[in-house]
Structure formats: structure tokens, C-alpha cells
Design a protein around this ligand. Structure first.
Ligand SMILES: [Zn+2]
Length: 541
């Protein structure tokens, strides 16, 4: 086959590499062959190339999100939107679900995504009694924006076997009425009840976001999730909660040619023994689909009020842990000894402490370099913990959009320390990596909403939360490209526009360095390229 050579020029080129700006880029097939002056690029490109005129637009490396849930994004996008401000109170919640149900087959479950009790006028969790107003003869289910909590109607409660005497499982709980009976609100590992007979049951290894569905719908979820990410300029992502359901679905999508995104997979810790048994490690896979690391859960969620904190939370004094501390540590240590990078969900300082102690013990028992063990979210560490994370080379992976979308609600719940939610300023001060991510669908894929939030620390309500944690624009852009690639050990192949890397790009309508800070939110992705192929064109521009 003949080589296909492209020469990109005629706009701003921001490489995120040593030299931030360059004049032109040569791509041969799926790889970046050369980056430099127009004159040099023309020489490298030879006589037979196609010129891609950027027409004044801006070429950047494709965005990389190191913490996403692709299939859950696709799934939630087909559910009713019950997030704020679409839904502001219980009446609107019921109406939104009813309307959504009208377009579904008669007995299909009516499901909604994204409620946040702190943003509901009633300031309480919906219950089965609320959802019974939607339907009493078919399942009704709504998922909290964090994925850590669901509410179901009485019909669904009964059909999945939650009754008066159902006890709380390890790592989870039920909301309860005045008599102590489950009231339809389900937290963390208790969501395994929703998996019914055929679904995945993570047990106390994580919240259940893997709703059972037909193979066709699971492929549709990949297609939908992927489309939203690619149209937002993302080219590589890390799916951080992979079970049998995700693995089988991604393999099928790869084989049918549906899969376009590069996906790094992090298996849920439930599978550690199987992974070891089979001898799989993080060199398995290729540029499109690869097995990367192990995902652990330490605590619950700040949004749903189940994070594990050492100080007094107004709502729940301690939140909770998914595992007994010793059990958690032994899983992390085993994974480390086997050579797997670990990604631990930890929000409260009590949970973050557990990760730090586990990594410390693991490195003591079996010193290994460059593991890049990660703390996902890392919402409320103490400053002293940030010091120790630096000493142990632990990577924090926060989500600036959560500051923007949920920051005020969290700050109201935890008090003064809420200023230091996702404390990028402390990470910067101590020299820790600065990485951006979305945890989509907790926040929708939107690189410039994330970058704007990281740079300003603005919230959607218009105040600044913790101004000392603002990043510079360059730090934020690198945090969603090259630094995100490093968080996945992928910096040799993606994350910057440099010779030898894969030709993955986003084309932006404007150069972010040339707009007012407030206008960062309006920057649009015009095109997305993966492996030297244009796979998305924004037709709205
Ligand atoms: Zn997540």
C-alpha cells in the first residue's frame, strides 16, 4: 500500500511538547513524521502529499481523559435527564420521568440520570414513594450524578428482592424510613441488587454502574459514549471500571469496526486473582484497546455524601469504606507486587490515608519504580497528605468540572475545607503532576469546561471556590493531553504533537491563548483526527 502523507499548516499549532508552537506538521499514515518550520516540513513531505490548510484554526493533540466510563456515558445519554437545572424539585423530577416514559415501550423501565439532592429544592433524597408517582406497574430507577446511588420505585424494589428486612451489605446501605425499612434509596455496593440474575456484581469492590442489558443495547452504549467523546475532541481515554460486561462489549466493538477511540482498560479489583492466574499484565493489547491497570475503591462519593472523612461531615459523620482497611491494603499490595499500576477511588482524607499507607507498605515490601499509582478524584486530602503523596510518587487525578458543577454543594456539606476540594494549588506547590479528567458521565465530556474550571475555579453559580488552586492555561491544556497520557503510561505514543507519536488531533475554532479567559468556555472542537484519519467534523460551525 502506498504511504499517505499529509501536511498540516495555516493555523496555530500547539504541540504540548518542548516547543509549544510550531508552523507545520507532517503525518505519514497513522504517525507524526515531522514537526517544525514549513520549509523543513515540505522537504520531509516530499513531492506527493496532501496539504491540510487549518485556515487560521488551532491544531492541538487529541484530548486524553484518564478517568471515564464510556458505556455508562452512552447508557445515561439514553435515559431521562434529571440533573439540575433541568430538574429543580420532586414535581419536576416526576414530570421528566413520565415524559421520558411516554416514548418508551409500554413495560420498559423508565430510567433517569444525574439527580443531586443538594440541588433539589427539597434538599432530600427522592424515595420509592416519589417514584411511585411516575409508575407503579413497571420499573422506575434514577441514578445520582456520581453513580454511587440509585433510587427505585416500589415495583422495582419488590422485583429485585429488597424488602422490609433486607440488611445493609458490606460497602453499601439502604435509605430507611421511620420503621427502619428500606425506602428505595440505594447506596454503593447495595446497588448489586439492580444487577438481578444476569448482571455484573462488583460486591464490595465498587458501586454497580453495570446495568444488565441486551448485547445490542450495550453496543449502542459504546457507540453513543464514543460519539460524545470524539465530538468533544477526545482521542484516548481510560475506562476505569472494567468488568466482564465492558470487556466483552469492547472486544465485540473492536471486531465489528465500531471502536474508534483508543481505550485503556482498568479492571475492577474483584478480578485481581483471575488476572494473576491468567498471567495478563499491562503490556497486553495494542494502540486501540489495551489492558492498563487495576481499579480499587476506597470510599463512597462526596456528591452523594458517602466519602470517608476523619472530620465531622454534617450529613454522615464518617461515610464508609468499601473494604476493611487491612483487606484494602492487601489488594493494593498484591497488585503492586504483580506489577500492576493501581487506580484507587478515594475522596475523603480518611480514604486517601488508606491509599497512602498501602502504597507505602507495598513499596517497602517490593520496591518498584515508576508505578504511578493513582488516587482517583482525591477530593479532600490534607496538605500533609499531599506531601506524602509526592514522596511516594502517587498521582492525583481530580476533575475540575466537579468543582464547577458540584463544588458549592460539596463545600456547603463539608464546611471551610471545601475551598480545598480538588486542591490543584497544593499539588503544584509540591510538584505533583497536574492532570485533568471528567469522570464522564459524572460531568459531560467538554475539555474547555474542564480547562475553564481549572483556570478560574469558578462554579456554575458564579463564585470562585478556592482561588489559590487555579492553574495556568498551559498547565490545564497539558493536564488534558501530555500529563493525562503519562497518567496512563502512554506518553511515548500519544499526548503531544511530536515526531514518532500517533497522529491524533483536535482542531479548535480558536487558539485558547488568544481568547479572553471567560471565552474559553465557548471554544469549539471543529474536527477530531485519530491515526491520521479525520473521524469527526463539526457541522454546526
Ligand atoms: Zn469514575
Amino acid at each position: 500500500m502506498e504511504d499517505k502523507t499529509l501536511l498540516f499548516t495555516g493555523g496555530s499549532i500547539l504541540t504540548m511538547g518542548e516547543e509549544m508552537t510550531q508552523e507545520a506538521v507532517v503525518v505519514v499514515n497513522d504517525q507524526i513524521k515531522y514537526v517544525g518550520s514549513m520549509e523543513d516540513c515540505e522537504k520531509v513531505a516530499g513531492s506527493n502529499y496532501e496539504k491540510i490548510d487549518l485556515e487560521g484554526k488551532c491544531l492541538v493533540p487529541g484530548f486524553i481523559d484518564p478517568h471515564v466510563h464510556v458505556m455508562m456515558l452512552g447508557m445515561c445519554n439514553t435515559w431521562a435527564d434529571v440533573s439540575y437545572p433541568s430538574v429543580k424539585n420532586m414535581d419536576e423530577l416526576v414530570t421528566a420521568l413520565k415524559q421520558h416514559g411516554e416514548n418508551l415501550p409500554q413495560d420498559a423501565p423508565i430510567r433517569g440520570f444525574g439527580f443531586d439532592k443538594r440541588q433539589l429544592e427539597e434538599k432530600r433524597y427522592p424515595t420509592a414513594a416519589d417514584l411511585d408517582k411516575v409508575a407503579t406497574d413497571r420499573p422506575v430507577q434514577i441514578m445520582n450524578g456520581s453513580g454511587h446511588c440509585n433510587v427505585v420505585n416500589s415495583y422495582l424494589m419488590e422485583s429485585i428482592g429488597i424488602g422490609e428486612n433486607t440488611a445493609d451489605p458490606d460497602g453499601g446501605s439502604f435509605g430507611r424510613n421511620q420503621y427502619g425499612h428500606p425506602n428505595g434509596t440505594i447506596f454503593d455496593s447495595a446497588n448489586d441488587y439492580l444487577a438481578e440474575k444476569t448482571g455484573v456484581k462488583p460486591g464490595n469492590h465498587g458501586p454497580n454502574i453495570h446495568m444488565p442489558d441486551s448485547d445490542d443495547n450495550l453496543q449502542r452504549n459504546i457507540a453513543e459514549g464514543q460519539k460524545l467523546l470524539i465530538s468533544a475532541g477526545f482521542t484516548s481515554v481510560n475506562d476505569v471500571q472494567v468488568t466482564k460486561q465492558e470487556m466483552e462489549s469492547y472486544l465485540a466493538a473492536r471486531d465489528s469496526g465500531l471502536l474508534q477511540l483508543r481505550i485503556e482498560l482498568s479492571y475492577l479489583s474483584k478480578y485481581l486473582e483471575d488476572i494473576k492466574e491468567m498471567g495478563i499484565n499491562s503490556t497486553f493489547g495494542n494502540d486501540r484497546l489495551s489492558m492498563g491497570s487495576l481499579k480499587l475503591y476506597a470510599d463512597g462519593s462526596l456528591i452523594s455524601g458517602t466519602a470517608y472523612m476523619n472530620y465531622n461531615d454534617a450529613e454522615r459523620s464518617q461515610g464508609y469504606l468499601f473494604h476493611e482497611p487491612e483487606e484494602f491494603k492487601s489488594i493494593l499490595i498484591e497488585a503492586h507486587k504483580y506489577g500492576l499500576q493501581t487506580l484507587t477511588h478515594a475522596q475523603g482524607d480518611g480514604a486517601i490515608e488508606l491509599v497512602i499507607q498501602a502504597v507505602e507498605a507495598a513499596q517497602k515490601e517490593c520496591p518498584r519504580e515508576d508505578m504511578r499509582h493513582r488516587v482517583e478524584h482525591c477530593g479532600l486530602p490534607t496538605k500533609e497528605q499531599v506531601d506524602r503523596m509526592k514522596a511516594l510518587s502517587i498521582w492525583p487525578i481530580p476533575q475540575p468540572q466537579h468543582v464547577y458543577l458540584y463544588g458549592n454543594g460539596i463545600a456547603n456539606a463539608v464546611g471551610e475545607i471545601g475551598e480545598n476540594f480538588s486542591p490543584y494549588g497544593w499539588f503544584k506547590e509540591k510538584g505533583l503532576p497536574l492532570v485533568l479528567s471528567s469522570d464522564t458521565p459524572v460531568a459531560f465530556p467538554n475539555a474547555f469546561e474542564a480547562i475553564y474550571a481549572a483556570v478560574t475555579r469558578d462554579t456554575a453559580q458564579g463564585n470562585v471556590l478556592g482561588g489559590l488552586h487555579q492553574l495556568t492555561l498551559e498547565e490545564a491544556l497539558k493536564g488534558y493531553t501530555i500529563e493525562a497520557a503519562k497518567a496512563m503510561h502512554k506518553e511515548k505514543t500519544v499526548g503531544s504533537i511530536e515526531t514518532g507519536k500517533l497522529a491524533d488531533f483536535a482542531v479548535l475554532d480558536k487558539n485558547p491563548f488568544e481568547v479572553e479567559e471567560k471565552d474559553l468556555l465557548d471554544i469549539e472542537v471543529v474536527e477530531t483526527w485519530i491515526s491520521g484519519e479525520k473521524i469527526f467534523t463539526n457541522t454546526n460551525i
